[in-house]
Design a protein around this ligand. Structure first.
Ligand code: FAD
Length: 504
């Protein structure tokens, strides 16, 4: 019998196969043939600096370069700046912190993170970024970026009061992007929307421009002294993630961020000698249950919904594999444990589901969804998810004992989340997927955000900034120093532009 699990695997495989025939090759396969852009050029533009990507980082690079007196164009696939975005960013020593008496020590923060990552990052990059971060907040405010004035540890999740909040709810475009873009264009910069960078132009080993395709399908050739890839990484493309993270095939990863961050910047850089370090980098996100026809996240939520923390998580074999409340220890924990398994499910019963299930169905969730399984008995549920029925039964029995005793002897889940035993059928399994705002880091760069080769020699004329190249984390995104990803986007954009200015 074809189970839904088989079906899901089949679709993932089919989707991957489809991507290979349509041109997205696996990482170790030769890239697909590209059109001959040089032969199709309908317009040529000469600029000093071409920035691909009008996100936080591209705009920071653009404003810095304009202030340094260069002719700069920013291009982006998107139509407008309007979209969900960061709530704030980290800073140490900003005017707001000074006003509020928040006195943080860069070395303490840098050493804390170096230790957290077992020194598998470059502490100097952290130090550089943190040391510049207070002045960068001041600089942003001077350019018109709006902060609420509140600086804190991001809803008590972090260790340090570094988080500088933008007003509103995920509307950074209004308070960061619009003022930065206005400043940039008001000082002579050009932004071309609906214009996608498709290929870099080289002269020998150096990058000297790029081809872009606009909304009318016209090819524009940009001749530039340097190109900044501020292209946001590959988190918007399930196929790219599947290709670079073999444990996250299509269907196991869901983008909750920008779909236009599709790996095109990364792929352009790889063609000219850049190095893909995605596998050593991390995601901004967690695990949850996402359904085709609705939202059953309440059952899979790792952090927000206490219901999710009270579920029992099992892997493809029906074995419990981690502390379901591990997100409370540090943000990336559930995602790391998830990626070590083939499949993960959040298990609960009818009594636990209560009216949550009815509510989810009333909101359009489909009990027949490919990510949602049920069985009158645990045996039936095991068959539905393809797990060993004896193992699943044993897992749930043991979990119920831990709940009864108020002590998780296996993974030390805090007693307060051991509130529900799962005894009464029907039983349910919500399949967990990685739900991420995006990927953090992908291209190897040096301290000036020049894209480098395997031997660390810089590729002349090519920078990568923001989430395209974030070198601050290894496989886990930390929130203990809240807002460091957005902090890096500003810092890296500025630093790349400053390096360009010093060497142009
Ligand atoms: C909803 C949400 C909330 C977040 N909240 C926070 C937060 O509070 N704090 C924090 O630190 N971080 C947060 N992040 C992370 C945040 O995304 C980054 O900090 C920041 O937005 C990344 O900026 P960036 O400039 O590197 O990339 P992006 O903002 O992703 O910009 C990249 C741009 O490049 C464009 N692009 C890509 N390829 C091409 C191409 N080939 N040609 C032309 N254009 C291209 C894309 O369209 C995109 O506009 C959040 C992310 C999301 C999605």
């Amino acid at each position: 019998m074809l189970t839904r699990k088989d079906f899901l695997k089949g679709s993932a495989t089919a989707a991957l196969a489809a991507t290979t025939v349509t041109g997205v090759a696996l990482a170790d396969e030769a890239p697909a043939e590209q059109p001959d852009y040089a032969a199709q050029v309908s317009e040529t533009k000469d600029v000093d600096l071409l920035i691909i990507g009008a996100g936080l980082s591209g705009l920071a690079a653009g404003v810095q370069a304009i202030d340094d007196g260069f002719k700069v164009t920013i291009i982006d696939t998107i139509k407008t700046l309007e979209r969900r975005g960061p709530e704030g960013l980290a800073g140490v020593g900003s005017f707001l912190q000074k006003e509020q008496g928040i006195d943080l020590d860069v070395n303490e923060i840098m050493n804390r993170d170096a230790k957290f990552f077992n020194y598998r990052l470059d502490p100097l990059t952290w130090k550089d970024m943190l040391e510049a971060s207070g002045a960068n907040i001041d600089w942003l405010a001077e350019k018109g970026v709006v902060f609420t004035g509140q600086v804190d540890n991001y809803r008590d999740m972090g260790e340090f009061d570094t988080f500088h909040w933008f007003p509103g709810d995920h509307v950074a475009w209004q308070y960061y992007s619009t003022p930065m873009a206005d400043y940039f264009t008001g000082h002579g910069g050009e932004i071309l929307f609906e214009t996608t960078g498709v290929d870099l132009i080289t002269d020998g080993d150096a990058v000297v421009g790029a081809y872009a395709v606009n909304a009318e399908g016209k090819v524009i050739q940009f001749n530039a002294k340097a190109v900044v890839l501020a292209t946001g990484g590959c988190g918007g493309s399930q196929e790219e993630i599947a290709k670079r993270f073999r444990t996250l095939p299509v269907g196991r990863y869901f983008c909750d961020g920008y779909f236009t961050d599709d790996g095109s910047g990364l792929n352009m850089a790889l063609k000219v000698g850049g190095v893909d370090v995605c596998i050593q980098r991390c995601f901004l996100g967690g695990v949850s249950c996402v359904c085709d026809d609705g939202d059953l996240r309440a059952f899979g939520a790792t952090r927000g919904g206490s219901k999710g923390l009270n579920c029992c998580w099992v892997n493809q074999n029906g074995e419990r594999y981690c502390n379901e409340a591990s997100a409370l220890e540090f943000s990336g924990a559930p995602l790391n444990a998830f990626m070590a398994q083939e499949e993960c499910y959040s298990i609960f019963d009818a009594a636990f589901a209560g009216d949550l299930l009815d509510k989810a169905i009333a909101q359009g969730a489909d009990p027949e969804d490919v990510n949602f399984f049920s069985g009158e008995t645990l045996e039936e549920l095991a068959a539905a998810i393809g797990a060993d029925p004896e193992k699943l039964a044993a897992t749930i029995a043991q979990y119920n004992e831990y709940v009864e005793a108020g002590e998780d002897k296996m993974f030390n889940k805090p007693a307060e989340y051991l509130s529900a035993k799962f005894e009464t059928g029907p039983f349910f399994a919500a399949r967990l997927v990685a739900v991420c705002h995006g990927m953090v880091g992908g291209l190897l760069v040096n301290r000036d955000f020049q894209v480098v080769r395997w031997d660390f020699s810089p590729i002349a004329g090519l920078y990568a900034t923001g989430t395209e190249s974030n070198m601050n984390y290894r496989e886990t995104y930390t929130i203990e120093v809240p807002g460091t990803d957005a902090c890096n986007t500003v810092y890296s954009g500025r630093r790349a532009a400053q390096h360009f200015a010093a060497n142009a």
